[in-house]
Design a protein around this ligand. Structure first.
Ligand code: SAH
Ligand code: SF4
Length: 375
């Protein structure tokens, strides 16, 4: 099942770029500025139905009804963690596929303001088969469309805006301090760079200044390590952050948990990352899930240090979230700190990430709290 979702009419507006939307509107016999109005109604005002788009004329709304659909996600359930920091939603797509999205809230710390990070899925399932990952254990179902990716952020943005309003009403923040969603990480289900075009088009929509306007620097795309796509991304004029899932310092260990390593071993992978750094001038974030007894020894930390010494990067160390079928446990606190110390000896900066929302399973598989790319 690799086909794109329902591409027949009605046309799903959230799959369109701004230029496509404007062209569609002109094709419908409307003035081009109507296209900009429609775009704002969708992504700025977050209207959920054509009837609510009161800035558009009645006739235009009727025409939209006939030819187009907004393409809403059907919410199967929506949970909030006990500490209120994390929300998880499960959505059913029109063909029955299920996907998950997580919202993580971070209180201000030091110089950093409040952040709300949405973790989005880019595929139903995943073909990459990493053995520690719940999605990988399910196998691949299909790619998500642009609209299906963007709608996940819009769902959480609506939630975030309501919270902003409540906090403003309660005097907890000023009117000018509305924030909505501040960051997006492509770390949900699926491999974003295997669904390259839809992922990048979704980034463009999220980034658009007439819409959600989430800064590219606040968007992070995570990849299992698809070498050609990393090089392709290096040449895009988009300022997004790149996270690369490394999870081992040598090919033998990496291949044990990540089948992709057969095709793209560490040497070409690190070369591609260096190309990315040279072309963009931006650091790469390396994800390293600590799997106890597999990749978390101090010797392995030293090997990782040698591999990454001198590379413009930041390593995110995350203790694994044990999955139902996975054999891996988490290292102790002492073990984690020893690993980090060894990396430091090679001048490789790192952060240890602890998950949020474990009680609602937002930490299960790969949907867990992290905020890479926003240091
Ligand atoms: N496919 C992409 C992005 C989705 S996975 C990728 O692999 O990078 C997002 C992150 O969650 C990856 O770093 C992935 O390795 C990690 N992850 C997967 N399963 C996990 C688990 N059980 N515990 C902790 N992190 C996990
Ligand atoms: Fe796919 Fe990423 Fe999970 Fe690997 S870790 S199976 S690439 S979603």
């Amino acid at each position: 099942m690799t086909s794109a979702p329902n591409v027949m009419s009605p046309r799903s507006l959230l799959d369109c770029s701004r230029a496509e939307l404007e062209a569609l509107v002109v094709e419908m016999g409307e003035a081009p500025y109507r296209g900009r109005q429609l775009w704002r109604a969708l992504y700025h005002e977050l209207r959920e139905s054509f009837d609510d788009m009161t800035s558009l004329s009645r006739g235009f709304r009727a025409a939209l009804h006939q030819r187009c659909a907004i393409g809403q996600l059907e919410t199967v359930y929506h949970l909030t963690s006990r500490d209120g920091s994390t929300d998880k939603a499960l959505f059913r797509l029109p063909d029955g596929e299920l996907i998950e999205t997580v919202l993580m809230r971070y209180a201000p710390d030091g110089h950093r303001k409040v952040r709300r990070t949405v973790c989005v899925s880019t595929q139903a399932g995943c073909a990459m088969g990493c053995t520690f990952c719940a999605t990988g254990q399910q196998g691949f179902r299909r790619h998500l469309s642009v609209g299906e990716i963007v709608s996940q952020v819009m769902f959480m943005e609506r939630l975030a805006r309501k919270e902003d309003e409540l906090e403003i009403a309660g005097g907890m923040r000023s009117k000018g301090d509305r924030q909505g969603v501040t960051n997006v990480v492509f770390m949900g289900m699926g491999e974003p760079l295997a669904n390259y075009d839809n992922t990048l088009n979704a980034v463009r929509t999220l980034n658009d200044e007439q819409g959600l306007h989430i800064g590219a620097r606040r968007i992070t795309v995570s990849t299992v390590g698809l070498v050609p796509q990393i090089v392709r991304l290096a040449n895009e004029p988009l300022q997004v952050n790149l996270a690369v899932s490394l999870h081992a310092p040598d090919d033998v260990t990496r291949a044990e948990t990540m089948p992709v390593n057969q095709k793209y071993p560490l040497r070409p992978l690190i070369e591609a990352c260096k190309t990315y750094i040279d072309k963009t001038g931006r650091r790469v974030f390396f994800e390293y899930v600590l799997l106890h007894g597999q990749n978390d020894s101090v010797d392995q930390a030293r090997e990782l240090g040698r591999l990454l010494a001198g590379v413009l990067c930041h390593v995110n160390l995350s203790p694994v979230n044990p999955t139902a079928d996975g054999p891996f446990g988490r290292p102790t606190r002492v073990g984690r700190l020893a690993f980090q110390d060894a990396l430091r000896d090679y001048g490789v900066p790192s952060t240890i990430r602890m998950e949020k929302g474990i009680d609602i399973d937002a930490g299960c598989g790969q949907l867990r709290a992290r905020a890479v790319g926003v240091e």
